[in-house]
Design a protein around this ligand. Structure first.
Ligand SMILES: NC(=O)c1ccc[n+]([C@@H]2O[C@H](COP(=O)([O-])OP(=O)(O)OC[C@H]3O[C@@H](n4cnc5c(N)ncnc54)[C@H](O)[C@@H]3O)[C@@H](O)[C@H]2O)c1
Ligand SMILES: Nc1ncnc2c1ncn2[C@@H]1O[C@H](COP(=O)(O)OP(=O)(O)OP(=O)(O)O)[C@@H](O)[C@H]1O
Length: 395
């Protein structure tokens, strides 16, 4: 529900910055639906006395590619431009209109600032997004009402060393992937945890991931899905030509490292979140540790991660009947009624293993034993006993 249009506040006096809340809008300007969503969001924010902020380049793209008539784009004159009218410390929240790539792009923009990211999925998967395009208006309304929670996602600090010199320093929300540079050659690497070598192998690469990244590249490389609230680091080899190349889950306090062996000619390349790249010469060493700066994701839904996983990966869950319900809560089932009425077995039979030294619990209720079967067993036992006596006499 959108509130009634309100009059815009008068501009703040010259030299004084308005106290109105500022929302950084990052839209995927290559998508016409994201452009339209950005214009709608600007309207909604301005009508509620919030200030939308955009990048100059995004604003130009919107003006150029919007299907709206120029006269309908006047609203954009009320949008502030980042770096011109306003700066990152003035931003309260960053709204993303796009897919996962756009969230990773936003994380790069706000990195180092206390700005939560709230994404409306206008991409394909949108695993990191909080809501879908149909919920766009409602999501903006939650921003207007300041009604959202903030979740912290672990990020990693990444350092690149060569000849004992630090040659690059970056970070990642999803992962740092060390990859081969030559398609026709393997990457010869040694992996290491806390300054202890674990294994050396030829491979296509090694992914050093966070729990957030566990559903991204690390997932494709065969790594485990890690719930976001778990504090752990992941080390996942990609297509390693080795008998031991298991994905590893490592303590959040550990240092993970991948070193490209200097005995080979070929180097590699480091990619962080598919956005920040560093070329790795032979002998280069990439280290990843938990960063003290998490990425903040704003939440307007309380969707459990399991539900998100199933929905986004379209996992088949047919046949699921829900958690088992206790009889106290729901009374006996129809099947149980039938079982009881037949008088077959009134309680579940407990199987007590011979090693159990406590007395076996009594079996309550009647057992369905055919008397003819009993006679047959008794007679067979008598015959067996008779035969044993004859054998003993003969001896
Ligand atoms: N083989 C692979 O699986 C592979 C290869 C390269 C990069 N990637 C991933 O792509 C990411 C960059 O994303 P992009 O959208 O800019 O590139 P992209 O457009 O190439 O898309 C990569 C895919 O990964 C998905 N994705 C990204 N982060 C995710 C996450 N945390 N959980 C679940 N899915 C996620 C995206 O939705 C998209 O479908 C990298 O961080 C890396 O994880 C994956
Ligand atoms: N305004 C923009 N200008 C330039 N590039 C952008 C912009 N917005 C997003 N991108 C880039 O476009 C690429 C794809 O974007 P995005 O991931 O959002 O869409 P998608 O691939 O359709 O969605 P998903 O990743 O969920 O499948 C990303 O690398 C992202 O950084």
């Amino acid at each position: 529900m959108i509130k009634k249009r309100r009059r815009l506040s008068p501009p703040a006096p010259e030299g004084e910055k308005s106290k109105r809340r500022r929302i950084l809008l990052l839209a995927h300007t290559g998508r016409s639906d994201a452009i339209e969503a950005a214009i709608q969001t600007c309207h909604q924010l301005l009508n509620s006395d919030l200030i939308p902020v955009m990048l100059r380049r995004d604003m130009e793209q919107i003006e150029k590619h919007s299907h709206r008539h120029q006269s309908q784009l006047g609203i954009l004159s009320n949008v502030e431009i980042l770096g011109i009218n306003t700066e990152l410390p003035d931003i309260m929240l960053c709204m993303v209109l796009g897919g996962d790539g756009s969230v990773l792009r936003a994380a790069e923009f706000v990195h180092g600032y206390d700005i939560p990211i709230l994404a409306v999925n206008l991409g394909h998967v949108g695993f990191l997004a909080e809501s879908e395009r149909s919920d766009q208006q409602e999501t903006v309304q939650r921003v207007v009402e300041d009604s959202y929670t903030v979740e912290e996602r672990m990020s990693i600090d990444v350092k690149v060393w060569h000849n004992n010199e630090l040659i690059a320093q970056t970070w990642a929300l999803n992962e740092a992937s060390v990859e081969k540079i030559n398609r026709e050659r393997m990457l010869e690497a040694v992996i290491e945890v806390d300054a202890r070598p674990i294994s050396t192998f030829g491979c296509d690469g090694v992914v050093l991931a966070t729990p957030t990244g566990s559903t991204a590249y690390a997932f494709s490389a065969g790594g485990p899905v890690v719930w976001p609230e778990v504090d752990a680091l992941l080390l996942v080899p990609i297509s390693a030509h080795a008998l031991f190349a298991r994905p590893m889950v490592i303590a959040p306090t550990s240092v993970m490292a991948v070193e490209i062996l200097s005995r080979t000619e070929s180097g590699g390349v480091l990619w962080c979140d598919g956005r920040r790249m560093v070329e790795l010469p032979p002998g280069a060493r990439v280290e990843a540790t938990r960063s003290p700066q998490p990425v903040k994701l704003a939440r307007v839904n309380r969707t459990p991660f399991a539900e998100r996983l199933v929905r986004k990966f379209e996992l088949p869950t047919t046949g699921w009947r829900g958690p088992a319900k206790t009889e106290q809560q729901h009374g006996p089932t129809e099947l149980e009624h039938q079982r009881r009425a037949s008088g077959a077995v009134t309680e579940a039979l407990k199987i007590v293993e011979p090693r159990n030294i406590t007395a076996a619990p009594p079996v309550t209720g009647r057992l369905n034993i055919n008397p003819a079967d009993l006679r047959f067993h008794r007679n067979r036992k008598k015959n067996d006993d008779k035969q044993t006596d004859q054998d003993t006499d003969q001896k």
